[in-house]
Design a protein around this ligand. Structure first.
Ligand code: NDP
Ligand code: GDR
Length: 362
């Protein structure tokens, strides 16, 4: 019988980590995840696959750890001797990175170095394949559209600058130590388990809550930013494929379509049963419920970023041709999926009915 492959996922409690853990378990992997110590529960996205450690049915295990702690990373990797490491852990919020730049750099840049060094120190360079969660934020200020693996980078936030270091240190370890280490340059991908402070989930949650009479309005920042939004379920499959090739190579994953935040709002509210009209201009602009005349979207300048990324649109031709990767969800199917789950959430669990969008800073 073939031996189970062993995978280690950092960021397993996040959006992508939780989908990837499910996916690899379905593929027959033994999956290990690193979770941070937290004063409140942070395993909501993986509780359905996490088993009581005393009844070991699923080959899924969690280890306490942190990307800022080398000793801990070395020990975990030494214990489990992974065939594949997916480094998805990060302080992943662009706007938060302006408030916490040093922590973001420590986790998102040095954290990657710590993992790569752990692999090297433990003599695993020829055994352990390494996936780095790189990002379309690397492109930042528009140099070229659509963006490919060869488009120059111009990062526009502490987050993106940290990810630039992470990108290059991954390339450097591949070249210096002949490691199988790759960057997936992923454009925005969303899902029903997307963090509530990213713009898509903030909008879908607000749309269903406003439609249900649980919330009056929501506050947003820049409506003109354009993003290439896909579904996380499609993207985690691409991560896996990147580690199954003959030779290590970096790939862009994107849908090739771009939409404004405004367009996302219109479609999300429509799926939730509200037609939007816009009145006013600039920060006085408002999104109005066309039927009732109620203001459901207001602009709040606190959500504007010191430096913004205006336009992202990716060209994933390399991934189509070499990995056979193609996204299955359309833009509207993504929004429908998010709206449907948010509707269920308000029906099922009234505890989630606090108005986060008003109290959360981002
Ligand atoms: P999430 O924010 O949902 O998840 C981030 C994960 O990282 C969480 O599990 C979080 O733990 C963990 N984490 C944060 N800080 C640390 C730390 N210091 N040590 C260990 N773990 C830590 O992000 P996504 O799932 O959306 O993204 C996954 C990765 O892909 C990230 O690296 C992100 O930067 C990158 N990326 C994401 C894209 C997207 O559109 N989603 C696009 C391109 C790249 P906790 O749950 O405790 O907070
Ligand atoms: P992004 O995602 O910065 O692209 O990073 P986010 O959803 O935070 O912002 C997308 C765009 O929407 C604009 N925006 C708002 N954003 C937030 N969060 N809240 C608002 O109220 C709001 N109003 C308008 C933003 O200005 C921005 O232009 C995501 C993260 O997952 C990163 O980790 C990942 O690397 C990139 O996607 C690719």
């Amino acid at each position: 019988m073939e031996e189970r492959k062993v995978a280690l996922i950092t960021g397993v409690t996040g959006q992508d980590g939780s989908y990837l853990a499910e996916f690899l378990l379905r593929k027959g992997y033994e999956v290990h995840g690193i979770k941070r110590r937290s004063s409140s529960f942070n395993t909501g996205r993986i509780d359905h696959i996490y088993q009581d450690p005393h009844t070991k049915d699923l080959p899924f295990e969690l280890h306490y750890g942190d990307l800022t702690d080398s000793t801990n990373l070395i020990r975990i990797i030494q214990d489990i001797q992974p065939d594949e490491i997916y480094n998805l852990g990060a302080q992943s919020h662009v706007q938060v990175s302006f408030d916490a730049p040093e922590y973001t750099t420590n986790t998102d840049a040095l954290g990657v170095l710590r993992l790569l060094e752990a692999i090297r120190i433990l003599g695993l360079t020829q055994k352990t394949k390494f996936y780095q969660a790189s990002t379309s934020e690397l492109y930042g200020k528009v140099q070229e559209v659509p963006q490919t693996e060869n488009t120059p980078f111009y990062p526009r936030s502490p987050y993106a600058v940290a990810k630039l270091y992470a990108y290059w240190i991954t390339v450097n370890y591949r070249e210096a130590y002949d490691m199988y280490a790759v960057n997936g340059i992923l454009f925005n991908h969303e899902s029903p388990v997307r963090g509530e402070t990213f713009v898509t989930r903030k909008i879908t949650r607000a749309a269903v809550r406003i439609a249900a009479g649980l919330q009056e309005k929501t506050y947003l920042g820049n409506l003109e930013a354009k993003r290439d939004w896909g579904h996380a379920k499609d993207y985690i499959e691409g991560m896996y494929l990147m580690l199954q090739q003959e030779e290590p190579e970096d790939f862009v994953l994107a849908t090739g379509e771009t939409h404004t935040v405004r367009d996302f709002c219109e479609r999300a509210f429509r799926h939730a049963g509200i037609s939007l009209e816009w009145i006013g201009e600039g920060i006085d602009e408002k999104g109005i419920n066309a039927e009732t005349g109620d203001t459901v979207i207001e602009i709040d300048p606190r959500y504007f970023r010191p430096t913004e990324v205006d336009l992202l649109i990716g060209d994933a031709t390399q991934a189509h041709e070499k990995l056979g990767w193609n996204p299955k969800f359309t833009f509207d199917e993504l929004i429908e999926d998010m709206i449907r789950e948010d509707q269920q959430e308000i029906n099922v669990d009234n505890k989630t009915n606090e108005d986060y969008s008003r109290i959360a800073k981002f």
